[in-house]
Design a protein around this ligand. Structure first.
Ligand code: CA2
Length: 148
């Protein structure tokens, strides 16, 4: 049987990781995180489709496509976490297991980061563990999918 595919989606400005604000987001680049995800996915017998966009509509399009093309979504929507009902609606329509990831602990930062629209569609949330959070999310996703 073909390996289950997990769409790992990254929102705006995450392409800047490792270049600025290492005290908040760590020193890993997004390419480092992608490489670590591919390694962990291979161990878990999963396929990972890793993407980043700065554009809300592009993220919505990819989530819509995932309904047919993927078995689960791990996403760090960046600042759209706190603003995007469009992404929330797309996630609900995708009808797939969803895990929300944040590099930083959004609950110990500015109060406007505490509100996540995306959480309303997520099975679970991982935040505060830097790039390692993506690997924790893949571990959790592997268990979720097996149970289905
Ligand atoms: O902690 C996270 O993963 C966030 O999703 C990151 C978003 C932020 O708006 C969320 O509240 C929490 C910001 C991503 C921007 O990443 C940068 C990386 C390096 C330099 C500047 C921004």
């Amino acid at each position: 049987m073909a390996a289950a595919t997990i769409l790992v989606l990254n929102g705006p400005n995450l392409n800047l990781l490792g270049v600025r604000e290492p005290e908040t987001y760590g020193r890993d680049t997004l390419a480092d995180i992608e490489e670590a995800c591919l390694e962990r996915a291979a161990e878990l017998d999963l396929a990972v489709d890793f993407r980043q966009s700065n554009h809300e509509g592009q993220l919505v399009d990819w989530i819509q496509e995932a309904r047919e093309a993927a078995d689960g979504i791990v996403l760090n929507p960046g600042a759209y976490t706190h603003t995007s009902i469009a992404i929330l609606d797309a996630l609900r329509a995708a009808d797939l297991p969803i895990i929300e990831v944040h590099l930083s602990n959004i609950h110990r930062r500015e109060s406007y980061r505490r509100r996540s629209y995306v959480s309303e569609a997520a099975q679970g949330i991982i935040c505060g563990f830097g790039g390692h959070g993506y690997l924790l999310a893949l571990d959790a996703m592997a268990r979720l999918i097996k149970r289905d």
